[in-house]
Each structure stands twice: as C-alpha cells, then as structure tokens.
Design a protein around this ligand. Structure first.
Ligand SMILES: [Zn+2]
Length: 712
C-alpha cells in the first residue's frame, strides 16, 4: 500500500506548497495562516496522510535540471524520504498540434492509471498545481475515469500580484510562510472522493493495452509517443454517449404520459425492474402486491363522500349516537316499537323479515313520522351492533358474492348507497364521523392527496344549513396533517334545477382565492343519470361557476354514449372526465382530449360492477377495459375508487383491480405514472401542485432507494 500524489508542475515551489498541506507534521508551511483551522478541517475531512511518492507529469521542458535539483535539495534539507518520479514525453516541449495534444493526454492517462494501480489501496491524490491548462484538464478527466481520493488545488488569491510572485520566487521553503504570504496562498480540495467511472473504466480495455509501456518505472521516465490508451478511452466515451442517447430516447420517447423526473435518473437495471414487476398477475401474489401498493403514496381524484362507508363503518356511526337514538325512543313510541321490531329480526338473523319490513331502503329515511333525519336510518343501523355480516347481506343481497357483483347497471349500483350519503349525512355528528372514517382510510392506504365530492345542499333535511355542512366537512379535513384535500361539489343531473342552483350559489359564496393552500372547494362535478340532463342544458346554470374560474369535472361516457363526453368538453369546458369509458368510440374526440391534456378518472371496480369488463384473473369474459388503449394513446389516466364503501374496495385495491383488468397486468412503473397524473390533473393551484409533486416524488424515490419494493 502506497500513498501517491500526482501533480503537474509550474515552478518548483509547488512541491513544498503541496507537501506542506499533505504532511504538516514534517513541514508546517501554513502554520501562520489565518485560515489554519479551515486547512486542518480539510485535512481531517479528506483523511490526508503523508505521501510516499509524488509523481510529476509535464512536457519535455517542464522540469529542467535546475528545478529538479531545487526539489531534491529542498527534500534533503527538510529531511523527507518521499520518492519523486518524473514523467514526460519525448521531444514535446510545447504541444501545438492535435496529435501532440493527444500524446500528452495519452501520457497523463497512462500515468494516472498506473499510479491508481500502484497505490494498491493507499491514498491516491491528484493535484492541479499549475502548468498548462490542457494538462490540468487531462488530469481532471483522468480522475473522472480512474477515480481518486481527492483533487487538490493550491491557489494564490492574485496570481498577477507581482509582489506575491516575487516573494514566492525568493522564498526558500525551509520554514513556514510568513503570515502575509500564508494568507494569500491556500490549499483547497475541489473534489473529495471520485469513484471510478463504471461506464468508461472497462477491465477489457486495460487488458488490451496491457501495461501501456509502463513496465519499468524509474525516477526519470521519458515515455514514448502513443495514442493507444487515449483512443481506447475515446472509443468508450463514444459508446457511452450512444448508450445514453439511445437509452434516454427509449424512455423519454415513449408515447405514454411521462413519469416522475427523478425516476429517469435511476439505474437502468432498476427502471427495468420497475417496468417488469406487474401487480395483480396472479391471486397467489395478492398479499405481496397489496403490501407493495399500500406503501406507494397515492392520489385520489374521484371519491364520493356519500359512498365511503362500509357496513361496519355505518354501524359504528349509528352507535356513536346511541344516546340521541334512545332519547328519540322515549319521546316517540312508534319509533321505539319500530326499532324493537328491527332488533328482534336482527337477533333472529331474519333477513327475509327485514326485507319485508323495509322493502325500499330509501323509504327508511322517513319510516316513522316526526323523527328527524337521519335518525330513522341511524336507529335502524344501531340495531345491527355485532351483526355486520347481516347488514351487509341486507344491503348487498346476492351481490355479497363477488361473482354476482358485475354489470349491474347504474341504478341498482346507486341504490346500494341508500343507507349512507344523503340518507345519513343529515346532522353534524354523522358528517364529522364519516369524514373521520375517510381520513383513517386515507392514512391506512398512504393517500397523499384526495378530492372529496359531496353535495352539501342535499344534507340539509335534518335542519343543517348548506353553509354549515360545508364548514363541518372542511374543518374535519383541515385537521388532517397527513394528506392534502380539496372539496368538489356535485350537481346532480337528475336533481331539480334548484338543487344545481343551490350548489352553484354556495360555491360562488365560499370560494376563497386568498387562502390557496387551505382545504377548500376547488371544483365542480356533474353526476347522476346522464340521460336526465345533458351538459348542454347545464351550461346555463354553470355560468357563475365558470365566471369564478372554478374547475369542472364531469361524469360522462360512463353509461350513455360518447356524445356526453363531447358535450362535457365543449359545453362545460370540463378539465377532467369521470369514467369516460365510451371515449374509445370516437377517435377524433380522443385526440382532442389528448391535446387538451384532459384527464380521465377511471374507477376500475365501479366500472366493472356497473358496466362490466373483462377481468383476466377472475376469468370474467367481457369487453376489454379501455385503460390500456387510453394509456397507449398517451391519455392522462388516473385510478380512483368512486365509492369505496359501495364498491367494497379501497385506495390500494383499486390499482390491483385495474391491473387485473389489463392483459399482462400493470407495472409499478406505470402505477407511478398514474400517481403523477393524479397530481398533475388535480384541481390544486399551481404552487401547491408543484409542492405535492415534489413531496410524492421524493417519497417514491425513497421507497425505491430502500429497495423495499422489489427485494422484499
Ligand atoms: Zn362518481
């Protein structure tokens, strides 16, 4: 093991200056410097240790006998045993032609390469101390290829300072610099450890040129002219450039919408791994896939507050108001009798009896006269304490069997939510509890941004004002520090005209452009029966929304024909389309949507359950889900849950379902694209969107860096 330092040489004093930095115990040249502390720190950080050998590279005229003798004499006087070796070419005093310059580059590569091997693990330092600029550049280039422990410069503050020059020239370097000089000459470390270039430093090229005519190293070495090594390295550089060019055009040139920028700088093998790992490929891997997917930070752009609860959540909310229910029972004998009857049927597991008693779940809301909403529903649900399965069966009937929950149509699907949504969200406690449950699911599935759709004007039958409904939802969401939220109001097509107007009025009233970072209303949605009212008819009522520049998304092309998407785009200036399943029927419109970067909010489970698509894993035969088609066309696809409670899904499972509906599955790489699309298509303002993009990007890179995703 040997410590070797390579340096170029301007004048002989470079050597004591360099040595004074490398071995202060022997020769403390900078002792009087005002920046001695910093110099010591540099030594410490770079673990500088005394050199066993110092190698010089230069032109034929670089170190004449005079300078060489001065160095040798100085070393003798100081009493150091460092070996000095000189390397120069034959007859090139002042390289002018490109051929001569290439000889010099070749020589420097040879010297650096051989020194890096001679070190055998000792400290290897390069010093750019002076001499020709091209030589410093070659030395720096050699460091980038062969690696070194650090690169040192000895700098003078003012090289043109004649007094400094003269004082250095006349200085004998047998004692430390006087303070004035020491303050003007400072060693700096411009690069700490440089690793060998894994692309340019190829073992095979070293074999090819063997020892590079370097068999015998003596103290004075005049090396023959050669460009063999130089040419080899140039060839490797050319190949590397080609590789990088081809590689980047292969990943940046893909038509599919692009991914997080930081992911493109991952090692190619890692990118390949992310592209090859398909989730949901078989039921066998389900647990592992879910575990991986849960960890990925997510966005959710299409989620209805009215559909987030599962039967367990619904019972939980009803029980949180047990006291109020009991109070009602005392006041209203009919209510009490009704709940008793339900309780008896529940205890007896009498599903048919329950269905006979309440055949229409929607009617339950007003079951007993004089009972304020939502207490008919809450009272009913509270009877199911400990009987979650029975409630599930009551709500879903034969659809509790996943095999039947397929292609059931929009009306039947919506009726599955009759006991929640506006059937339930009619008092403050229920609203707050529902949002709390949503927040816990958000955290469980690492959702980083969620846009929540709701209809405050529909939650006023229990006596609340729509303003306070909005306030409760907003307040509960604001308490969450884990995830960012926006609120979207839903205008229902099949609702009365006043319903739309009521939400439009509320929106104009509460929109708050001053507090952009806060949870607030950021968008408007048109939902419900697509046949009931076309976007064209809606345009008029939506004018105030557009005047406020509130963004619009529209449920379109889910169950009715593609015209509804055209209308959403042209009449409502929709910036996103909910579902958009029929878009594949109209190539012109698809390309227009692509050009305008309008995002598509796909909801795989809901689409599967309502419309019906092929599932490659469940072996369900039907038409092909348009996801792959849209994705290949470059459309901005996002994956969402729609109504996680009704669809019996969650934020993680939706990605798995999406993958099952795609032939060959979806890769992790593509899933990151969907997440990024979610941020890009979000209704957040520009600054907050950028911040979110950065945060999620960092989290994803951290996950991949930890390699937890792929190696688990
Ligand atoms: Zn929806």
């Amino acid at each position: 093991m040997k410590n070797i330092t390579i340096t170029t040489l301007g004048y002989w004093g470079i050597i004591p200056e360099l040595y004074g930095f490398l071995n202060p115990k022997k020769f403390n040249l900078y002792k009087n410097s005002s920046s001695l502390d910093q110099i010591d720190k540099l030594r410490e950080i770079n673990k500088i240790s005394p050199p066993d050998e110092i190698w010089f590279v230069g032109t034929s005229g670089s170190f004449g006998v005079k300078h060489t003798n001065l160095i040798k004499k100085w070393a003798e006087d100081i009493g150091i045993k460092t070996v000095f070796r000189f390397f120069k070419p034959k007859n090139i005093d002042d390289p002018q032609t490109s051929k001569e310059c290439n000889y010099m580059s070749d020589l420097i590569y040879r010297v650096v390469y051989n020194a890096s091997r001679e070190c055998k693990g000792g400290q290897f330092i390069l010093s750019l101390a002076g001499g020709r600029k091209t030589m410093s550049a070659d030395l720096q280039e050699a460091a980038n290829i062969f690696g070194c422990d650090c690169v040192i410069h000895i700098t003078s503050y003012d090289l043109d300072d004649k007094t400094l020059k003269d004082s250095l020239k006349s200085f004998d370097f047998r004692s430390p610099f006087p303070k004035t000089t020491a303050d003007l000459v400072t060693p700096i470390v411009s690069f700490t450890k440089i690793e060998k270039s894994s692309i340019l430093y190829q073992p095979h090229m070293v074999e090819k040129v063997k020892s590079f005519d370097f068999d015998k190293i003596s103290n004075e070495n005049i090396l023959p002219h050669s460009t063999k090594f130089y040419n080899l390295i140039e060839e490797e550089k050319r190949k590397a450039r080609n590789f990088i060019y081809n590689y980047s055009s292969s990943i940046f040139g893909e038509k599919r919408s692009s991914n997080f920028t930081a992911l493109y700088s991952l090692h190619p093998a890692k990118i390949e791994k992310l592209k090859m790992y398909k989730v949901g490929k078989s039921l066998k891997n389900r647990d592992k896939d879910l575990k991986i997917l849960t960890r990925i930070p997510k966005t959710e752009l299409h989620c209805h507050l009215g559909g987030v609860l599962d039967p367990i959540d619904m019972i939980k909310i009803s029980l949180s108001q047990k006291k109020e229910i009991e109070l009602y029972s005392k006041e209203n004998i009919e209510y009490k009798r009704f709940l008793k009857e339900v309780s008896n049927l529940v205890t007896a597991n009498d599903l048919d009896g329950l269905k006979r008693l309440i055949p229409d779940q929607k009617r339950l809301r007003t079951q007993i006269d004089g009972v304020k909403e939502p207490f008919n529903v809450l009272g009913f649900l509270s009877c199911f304490e400990g009987k979650e399965k029975l409630l599930e069966k009551y709500i879903f009937n034969d659809l509790t069997d996943e095999k039947n929950y397929f292609k059931i149509g929009i009306n039947k699907y919506e009726s599955l939510g009759d006991l929640q949504g506006s059937g339930m969200l009619q008092n403050e406690k229920t609203i707050r509890e529902t949002v709390k449950i949503l927040k816990s699911k958000v955290k469980e599935h690492n959702v980083r941004y969620l846009e929540l759709r709701c209809s405050p004007a529909n939650y006023t039958r229990g006596g609340l004002s729509k303003e306070s409904v909005y306030k409760f939802i907003k307040e509960e969401l604001e308490k969450d520090k884990f995830c960012k939220y926006s609120i979207i109001f839903i205008a229902s097509r099949h609702g009365k005209e006043e319903g739309i107007k009521s939400h439009v009025d509320l929106a104009s009233k509460i929109i708050d452009f001053e507090n952009r970072g806060k949870v607030q209303l950021r968008g408007f949605d048109v939902a419900g029966d697509e046949k009931a009212k076309s976007p064209k008819q809606l345009r008029e009522s939506f004018m105030p929304i557009m005047e406020e520049c509130i963004k619009i998304t529209t449920h379109a092309g889910e169950t009715v024909e593609v015209e509804s998407i055209w209308e959403a785009v042209y009449h409502l200036n929709a910036e996103r389309i909910g579902h958009g399943l029929k878009l594949e029927q109209d190539k012109k419109l698809l390309h227009h949507i692509l050009d305008r970067k309008i995002a598509i909010e796909l909801c795989p489970s809901s689409n599967y359950q309502i419309v019906g698509y092929k599932d490659f894993i469940e072996n369900r035969k039907d038409k092909i889900y348009p996801l792959t088609h849209y994705f290949n066309e470059g459309l901005k696809i996002t994956i969402n849950t729609d109504n996680p409670g009704i669809s019996r899904t969650n934020f993680t499972k939706e990605f798995l379902k999406a993958s099952q509906m795609v032939e060959g599955g979806i890769s992790l790489w593509d899933i990151f694209t969907f997440v990024r699309n979610g941020v890009k298509a979000s209704f957040l303002d520009y600054d907050n969107r950028r911040e979110l993009l950065r945060d999620i990007e960092k989290e994803i890179v951290d996950i991949i860096d930890g390699d937890i995703i792929l190696d688990e």
